[in-house]
Ligand binder design. Structure first.
Ligand code: ADP
Ligand code: MG
Length: 683
């Protein structure tokens, strides 16, 4: 495709300004769509103006004055047959003063506001006209822009590329016919130059069929791109491994519980994938406490039984440690050797772990991102499990996939997340993965009662902690999140710890925070798990995965500052045993923002992770929710997953059909939508 710089009318200056907006090609310029529209097709008599409205007027300058008090200001009064309005400019050039001299006929567009002399417009757009200057026949688009590039110049540039050779259909007619969407060329023409009779509200809220067509195109391109990646990855080779004959049965026989139906279903899905000669790319979603670890463990056994090593990675040392313990408890009785690898470990231990991994003596390696490092060499890696995958970047997971080994085969990958991903997100940004969902919790869990309490009732809450611990239960006290300062965060944690020690002389109080050494953290967590500590003061480091069933009370300070998924994860630390559990969300009446209030309402009303995630998507938008996945993944620019969810469903189906029968169309379509050299997924 020709770059813009080769087209007529695109000067180097214009091209470099467009480049600042990420626009290099005619296609990208065409898809740079207006933010909103101005209706300059009408001229409103000044008498008919209404406060707060945007309107266009035309009249003659009858008064013109630059004043200096209270500050420098240009006031221009314009009169038409029906009345007078004041225009006020706080920043202006000498050329503007000259262009608005008394007697000049001006056409002015702006918002009507109350002023000193009746109505006024502040910094309106204005231009000199004659009595026969025609009014615009199209609505005026307003584009996202950058300093130095005027709306007029963008509009002109867009007009230069709004030509048939750039507006060809990329996809066969049947794709759009059934949806009754307009064709590409007329959709783009309409969005860039809408007729005055097009309903402005439908343009602004993007429900107009022309917008829908483009949203659909974009979603389809995303689907095609992600599915292509998926297909490409499926061409790589991985160890096809039959189900476990012996080990899985022995493990299940030793367990004090039976798998839930949901666990059995996902175990079967994963087992099926591992039998294929292509790398599995599966995301296992399950709410906190749904029992993902045992599922991963069964997957590991299938590989281990046939001589393949497994790596299991967790985002924090606490969590990795906990996995290590749990898996050791399950697997050591089966004679499986497990290596442990984290950043916090001493040199000697580390060397030993590395050598056992390299020799293949250790069939399972559990650790933090230390497992990604170059010096870690596996003998025969067959499966990589990534827990809390949203905490890891795309590059890190890629590193594991390429982890050096002696065969030319790639390991299978199982990613797990307790941050449920709303369906629309998993269908779009995760379309390059297969998704399994554990949609039921193990039996016997009592739901956690959630209470919202203003923090002026702290004393009362301290009494509850005392009571709970007196009855043999344990409690978490989560310190407020202080994002701006790690030092302050640390200090708050230490202060809270000292306070609790003084308040509860009869209890053992412990403290964990992110700055502690790994060994210290482990020691505290072990003591808490063994009930040697009854009250654990913690920062949000305990947010993921920590499992102490006897803890039945959690107090979260300044809950209004925390995100929804964070609160949900924290709350998931209790309600893991038989006792009735409570989560108390302390909030500050003074500091609770609108947003904080909205979040607390959601978390109070729902304990369903998927519902919470859906609400989170609504409140924050997909960018935040995608977290690290977002880096390197372009966001949808036109489509909105909530508004356009019906289109997304269609796009998904059509993408599959196209992939089977229309390779040429796919190429053209992706070229248009990925014309900035972007891809939806780099893995
Ligand atoms: P998560 O999905 O949050 O990682 P875990 O794997 O940590 O959950 O499991 C939570 C707890 O539930 C663990 O103590 C685990 O041993 C237990 N568990 C898992 N599956 C079952 C089951 N089917 N029945 C009873 N308890 C189970
Ligand atoms: Mg877990």
């Amino acid at each position: 495709m020709r770059p813009l710089s080769e087209l007529r009318g695109f000067t180097p200056a214009l091209c470099s300004q467009l480049a600042k907006l990420g626009i290099h090609s005619p296609q990208a310029l065409l898809l740079h769509l207006p933010l909103r529209y101005l209706d300059e097709t009408q001229i409103t008599p000044i008498r008919d103006l209404r406060l707060g409205e945007q309107a266009q007027i035309e009249g003659v300058v009858v008064h013109h004055e630059v004043s200096y008090k209270p500050r420098k200001m240009l006031n221009v009064r314009v009169q038409d047959a029906s009345g007078i309005i004041n225009l006020r400019f706080l920043h202006f050039y000498p050329s503007q003063i000259a262009a608005m001299q008394t007697g000049t006929r001006l056409r002015v567009f702006g918002e009507v506001r109350p002023g000193f002399f009746g109505y006024e417009m502040v910094h309106p757009q204005q231009r000199k006209v004659t009595e026969d200057t025609p009014v615009n026949t199209a609505l005026t688009p307003v584009y996202p822009t950058t300093a130095g590039l005027s709306q007029n110049n963008i509009r002109k540039a867009v007009n230069l590329v709004l030509t048939p050779d750039h507006l060809q259909e990329t996809l066969p007619g049947w794709v759009y016919a059934s949806l009754q969407l307009p064709d590409f060329a007329s959709s783009l023409r309409l969005l860039h130059q809408p007729d005055p009779d097009v309903a402005l509200p439908a343009l602004e809220d993007r429900s107009h069929p022309a917008w829908q067509r483009l949203a659909y195109d974009e979603l389809l391109a995303q689907q095609l791109s992600m599915r292509q990646h998926y297909a490409r990855r499926k061409q790589a080779r991985a160890p096809a491994t039959p189900p476990s004959q012996a080990l899985a049965a022995r493990l299940l026989g030793n367990l004090p519980f039976a798998l839930t139906a949901a666990q059995q279903k996902v175990v079967a899905e994963i087992s099926h994938d591992l039998q294929q000669p292509h790398p599995m790319q599966r995301l296992l979603l399950g709410d906190v406490g749904s029992g993902k670890t045992i599922v991963a463990c069964l997957a590991a056994l299938q590989m281990i039984e046939h001589g393949w090593q497994v790596a299991m990675m967790a985002p924090t040392e606490i969590l990795a440690e906990q996995h290590y313990k749990k898996l050791s408890g399950w697997l050591q009785p089966l004679g499986i050797d497990i290596a442990w690898l984290t950043g916090g470990q001493n040199k000697k231990e580390r060397r030993q772990s590395l050598s056992r991994i390299a020799s293949g003596e250790a069939m399972l390696a559990v650790g933090t991102h230390a497992l990604f490092q170059e010096e870690v060499v596996f003998h025969k890696l067959g499966l990589a499990v990534v827990d809390e995958q949203h905490r890891f970047g795309v590059e890190q997971r890629l590193a594991l996939r390429k982890k050096g080994q002696l065969t030319s085969l790639e390991p299978h990958q199982l990613m797990m997340s307790a941050t449920p991903i709303p369906r629309t997100l998993s269908m779009s940004y995760y379309a390059d993965l297969d998704v399994s969902v554990i949609d039921e919790l193990p039996p016997g869990r009592t739901p956690v009662a959630t209470k919202l309490v203003a923090d002026d009732r702290r004393e009362e809450i301290l009494e509850r902690v005392r009571d709970a611990c007196a009855q043999g239960h344990q409690a978490y006290w989560v310190c407020p999140l202080i994002e701006e300062s790690e030092t302050l965060q640390l200090q708050t944690a230490n202060d809270t710890y000292a306070y609790m020690q003084a308040a509860f002389p009869e209890l053992q109080v412990g403290l964990v925070h992110g700055r502690m050494k790994a060994a210290e953290k482990q020691a505290v967590m072990q003591a808490f798990a063994a009930n040697d500590i009854q009250l654990l003061v913690a920062t949000t480091v305990i947010e993921v995965g920590v499992d102490v069933p006897n803890a039945s009370l959690m107090v979260i300070e300044h809950a209004e500052r925390m995100g929804l998924s964070q609160l949900h994860q924290l709350r998931g630390r209790v309600g893991r045993g038989a006792a009735k559990s409570t989560c108390i969300l302390l909030y500050s009446k003074q500091q609770c923002s609108q947003l904080g209030r909205a979040r607390l309402k959601v978390i109070y009303e729902s304990s369903d992770g998927f519902q919470i995630a859906q609400a989170d998507l609504h409140i924050r938008g997909p960018g935040e929710l995608l977290g690290t996945r977002q880096s390197g993944v372009p966001m949808l620019k036109i489509a909105d997953l909530e508004r356009d969810s019906a289109l997304l469903l269609q796009a998904k189906q059509v993408a599959d059909q196209l992939l089977r029968r229309e390779p040429a169309a796919i190429k053209a379509h992706l070229q248009r939508w990925l014309s900035q050299g972007e891809e939806w997924m780099k893995v």
